[in-house]
Every structure is written in C-alpha cells, then in structure tokens.
Write a protein that binds this ligand. Structure first.
Ligand SMILES: Cc1cc2nc3c(=O)[nH]c(=O)nc-3n(C[C@H](O)[C@H](O)[C@H](O)COP(=O)(O)OP(=O)(O)OC[C@H]3O[C@@H](n4cnc5c(N)ncnc54)[C@H](O)[C@@H]3O)c2cc1C
Ligand SMILES: *[C@@H]1O[C@H](CO)[C@@H](O)[C@H](O)[C@H]1NC(C)=O
Ligand SMILES: *[C@@H]1O[C@H](CO)[C@@H](O)[C@H](O)[C@H]1NC(C)=O
Ligand SMILES: *[C@@H]1O[C@H](CO)[C@@H](O)[C@H](O)[C@H]1NC(C)=O
Ligand SMILES: *[C@@H]1O[C@H](CO)[C@@H](O)[C@H](O)[C@H]1NC(C)=O
Length: 476
C-alpha cells in the first residue's frame, strides 16, 4: 500500500516548494505590526489592519511630524474653496486667454461648443467609462480580495486598457480616443498643471483621475472629508509613536518556545533619543525617497532594491494683495472678471495657476474683491522671486509660501515600485505612481491590510485573482 501524503505535509511541501516561510510557523496571529507614516495612507492602513487582524494585535503608527487632519490640509492649501464655482475661470497661454468662462450658462455652453465642439461632452463620457471600471475595486475589496502589485490591481480592474494608459501619456490616450489636439493642449493640459504641476505628458491613468477630480469631485478633498486621519487613528486603537524612522533591519530572534523567528527591527529617533522595536509585519505609508522618508534597509537577504524615484516639487504661495491685471493683458482692470486662472504649457510662464482663496458671495462682492486686495493662491514649480511677485501683483502686504515634494514626477511608461518589499514588508505609496490622490492612498491601505493578512495566513486564493468582475457577478 502506498503511503498517502497527509494534508499538513502537503501544505508544508507546497510552501517549501514556493520557498515561502513555513505555514505552520505563521498560522499564529502576528503579535505586532508597524505602520510608518500617519497621513491618509498610514492611518487608513491602521484602521483596516485592526479590522482584519482583530483586537489582540498591537499596532504602532510612527509619525515624524504631526498627524495630518484633512481639515488642516484643506486650511493649509486653501482647498476648501470649491474652485471655479462662484467665480470665473480662464485659460491663459502666456500671451492671451484662449478661453474665458462667462457668467451666463447658455453663453458658456455656446463658447465651449464653438471652441471645442463635442470634446467636453465626450470627455465626460470617456472619464466616466474609466471611472466605472476603477470603482470595481470597492466591490473586490468588500469581498476581501487583494493584489500583490499595483499593476496587478489595475489590470484586474481595467485589463490591458489600463495597462496601456499607464504605459503612455494622457495626450496619447486622448488622441487615440479621438479628442482634438486643441482641446488636449488647452483644457486637459491646464487641468494637469493645476492638479499635478505637470503637463499632458503624465501617464494616462493619473490623467484620467485628474480629469475625474475636475468634474465629478470624487477625488477631491470634499469627498475625503470623512476620512480624517486622527479619527481613523483613534478608531484603529493603534499606538501613535512620535519619531522619525531611520532604518529597518531583519533580525533573528529566539522564541520563548525554543527555536528562532525572524522579526523586523524598526529604529527611530524621537525626543527620547534613538530607540528600536521589533515587528512581525511592517507597512510603509510614506514615499521612500532619500529626500523624503530616507529609510535605510539593513542586512536583508535578498537585498531590498533602492526605491528612490523622483517626486515633483510644487510651491503654493498665498499672497494678500491686488492682482496686476495688465500682466494677463487686461489694461483696464474693470474688464477683468476672472478669479481662477489656469495656464497652458509655455516656458515663459513661471506659474501653473492662480486663484482667489476667499469665497465669492455675489457679483458685486466679486468685483469688489477682484479690484481690491484679496488672498490669492499661486501654484508654481519654483519659489517666486520678488521680481515675479512684483509682476503678478500691483501691491501686496503678506506672502506665505509652502514648498512640497508633492507627487511623483510622472514619466511614462510608468513602472510602479513593488508593493511587497520583503516577505512581510509592504509599500503603500507604490500606488502613487499609477495616480497620487487621497482616495488612491485609502485604497492602497485597504489592499495592503488584506494582502498582509492573506499572506500571513497563506490564503493564496484571495490574492491576484483575475476575472473577479465575472466571478462576483455570479456570486450575487
Ligand atoms: C499641494 C498638494 C495638493 C494636493 N491636492 C490633493 C487634492 O486636492 N485631492 C487629493 O485627493 N489629493 C491631493 N493631494 C495628494 C494627496 O495629498 C496625497 O495623495 C496623499 O496625501 C498621500 O497620502 P500618504 O498618506 O500616502 O502620504 P503623506 O500624506 O505624505 O503622509 C506620509 C506621512 O509620513 C510621515 N513620515 C515621512 N517619513 C517618515 C519617517 N521616516 N518616519 C516617520 N514618519 C514619516 C510624514 O511626516 C507624513 O505625515 C495633494 C498633494 C499636495 C502635496
Ligand atoms: C507596457 O510597456 C511595457 C514595457 O515598458 C511592455 O512590456 C508591456 O507589454 C506594455 N503593455 C501594454 C499593455 O502596452
Ligand atoms: C534625532 O533628532 C534630534 C532632534 O530631534 C536631532 O538633533 C538628531 O540629529 C537626530 N538624529 C538622527 C540620527 O537623525
Ligand atoms: C539618508 O540617510 C542616510 C543614512 O542614515 C544618510 O547617510 C544620508 O545622508 C541621508 N540622506 C539625506 C538626503 O538626508
Ligand atoms: C504689471 O504687468 C505689466 C505687464 O507684464 C508690467 O509691465 C508691470 O510692470 C506690472 N506691474 C505693475 C505694478 O504694473
């Protein structure tokens, strides 16, 4: 009689075959999990980790600055103003306005038709189509499915079409879909410049996300308002550790029950000096980049490849002053009605956009504010010089500036960094290379929580499933 291979032995053989850690060793719940970064990504991750792993696991969240609240974020950037609403928008090419909104709805429609034909309407439908596919992620995640790479996640949502969008520019994607070059250069480019400080050369996927944000508000701060980082952190019952993580090292530790186990030692610098803690699982929720998180990986085998893709600098300058309408070609300021100016690609231009921050109540107020001093928010790639401020403003009394390494410097074909950096180390910000937005960070956080859970308990059938759309249809 042939000896039957028993269940557990089969499992063991299977896991040895794959070179994975022995399942029997990992079937116990993890003791401690670290999350690095308390932005929207890190705090949502803590929340979803608690949901998945239950109440007994200890979750530590490291933050070197202060825990961001969306409100803080909104206030700091003046994003609370529904841009383009209440006031009028214009697109400036560096010489003149190629498009100016009118306060009359019917005139606007006619203007849009005259300038761009049916392109605006088609854009609405095109973006809707991308969005419909993308929104499948919520159903997949409700059913607990996870993905081991950003590309895999996108492919499961939108197939080769999404891959092609990641491979090419938004300009190429929209040309291929039949949009006019004029429409792309004027409308699409100026929206990209406002949202990502870069033109229509950014990848097609982030471009579509950006356009969706421009007309549906899905990816805007308003939609994310409920996801306040401090609230998420509180609900997760995680411990916040104020300090900057400097390095992560793989170490072998003796087990109480005998034998050894591998843990990750996270070293950080806090007000009480340099300290370290050991973890079963680590989630990194901040861009890995020498100029940003600068985390060193020590003694890893296999080596963790250096991830230091460039982030694009964006400067927000808040100026209280009177705008120089002649700079934009309006010699008579009483003819100037705009309070949001978008720009096209032009090397001569030193700003990406300028908009009034204080909300506009009615026409009279608007006119008063446009003429008199108001708070303006200027986005530019570099800090504005005194000379540049003197060109933009007739007079001003206060200037506040904030410099960010805001979003990836997109350069398709885009290759997203790995989500799995090591056996049990996950990198959430990989998703920013597909598209950087708060909603995306929250999705990446839930995916990482599910992925780390399924890998810990070796639920391979919950990872990287294709055709989920069909599968889940028959399930309902
Ligand atoms: C100017 C600007 C405007 C934006 N506008 C919008 C918008 O309108 N809508 C939208 O959806 N998105 C917008 N975004 C994008 C959005 O902010 C990001 O997608 C999102 O904040 C990324 O979240 P995150 O949690 O991954 O990273 P972050 O918010 O960057 O959080 C990372 C955290 O990690 C901390 N940290 C870094 N290194 C360490 C370390 N070594 N140890 C401990 N802690 C560390 C940081 O202090 C930080 O708090 C904007 C971004 C910028 C910069
Ligand atoms: C995307 O580009 C990569 C190479 O950069 C290529 O291997 C892949 O086939 C391309 N995918 C699609 C769908 O175009
Ligand atoms: C740790 O932080 C202190 C002050 O917060 C700083 O002076 C010191 O240089 C930091 N050390 C390291 C190794 O980063
Ligand atoms: C990043 O950290 C390493 C090691 O701690 C240090 O040598 C290097 O100077 C840091 N780089 C930057 C840009 O801060
Ligand atoms: C306003 O803009 C015009 C045109 O760029 C420029 O000549 C002028 O110097 C600027 N400043 C003032 C105070 O008019």
């Amino acid at each position: 009689m042939r000896a039957a291979v028993s269940g557990p032995l089969l499992l063991l053989l299977a896991s040895l075959w794959r070179g994975a850690p022995r399942a029997s060793e990992l079937r116990y719940p993890p003791g401690k999990i670290a999350v690095i970064g308390a932005g929207i990504g890190g705090t949502s991750a803590a929340y979803f980790l608690r949901q998945k792993f239950g109440k007994d696991v200890a979750i530590d969240v490291y933050e070197k600055g202060t825990v961001a609240t969306i409100n803080h974020f909104v206030k700091e950037l003046g994003l609370s103003v529904p841009e383009g609403k209440g006031g009028l928008m214009g697109i400036y090419n560096g010489e003149e306005f190629v498009f100016e909104e009118s306060s009359w709805y019917v005139i606007n429609i006619l203007k849009l038709l005259w300038h761009y034909g049916l392109n605006p309407l088609r854009m609405y439908m095109w973006v809707e189509e991308v969005l419909d596919k993308f929104l499948r992620i919520y159903r997949y995640q409700t059913h607990d499915y996870s993905f081991s790479s950003t590309e895999g996640l996108l492919h499961a949502l939108g197939g080769n079409n999404f891959m092609e969008m990641l491979n090419g520019t938004i300009d190429e994607a929209m040309q291929k879909a039949g949009f006019s070059q004029k429409f792309i250069n004027e409308i699409v480019t100026s929206v990209m410049r406002v949202n990502y400080g870069q033109g229509a050369t950014i990848n097609g996927f982030v471009g579509a996300v950006s356009l969706a944000g421009a007309d549906s508000g899905l990816w805007s701060v308003k939609g994310g308002n409920k996801l306040v980082c401090t609230g998420l952190l509180y609900a997760s019952k995680a411990q916040l550790i104020p300090g900057a993580v400097l390095s992560i090292e793989e170490k072998t530790w003796p087990k109480r029950s005998g034998g050894t186990m591998k843990l990750y030692e996270v070293s950080y610098n806090s007000s009480s000096g340099l300290t370290a803690n050991a973890y079963d699982i680590v989630l990194i929720a901040t861009p890995l980049n020498r100029k940003m998180a600068n985390i060193t990986f020590r003694n890893f085998n296999p080596l963790i490849p250096e991830i230091s893709k460039p982030y694009h600098q964006s400067v927000a300058t808040f100026v209280h002053g009177r705008i120089n309408t002649s700079f934009f070609g309006y010699l008579d300021p009483s003819h100037f009605h705009l309070n949001d100016i978008f720009t096209m690609e032009n090397p001569k231009l030193f700003i990406n956009s300028i908009g009034m921050v204080s909300p506009v109540q009615n026409r009279n107020d608007e006119q008063k504010k446009l003429m008199g001093p108001a708070v303006w928010k200027v986005f530019s790639p570099k800090l504005l010089t005194k000379e540049q401020l003197n060109l933009l403003f007739l007079s001003f009394d206060s200037v506040e500036e904030k410099k960010w390494l805001a979003y990836p410097r997109y350069s398709p074909p885009e290759k997203c960094p790995p989500l799995i950096l090591h056996d049990r180390i996950y990198y959430l910000n990989s998703i920013e290379w597909a598209a950087s937005a708060m909603e995306m960070s929250a999705i990446a956080a839930k995916n990482a929580a599910l992925l780390s859970y399924h890998r810990w308990y070796v639920n391979t059938h919950m990872i990287d499933q294709e055709d989920l759309n069909e599968k889940l249809k028959t399930e309902l």
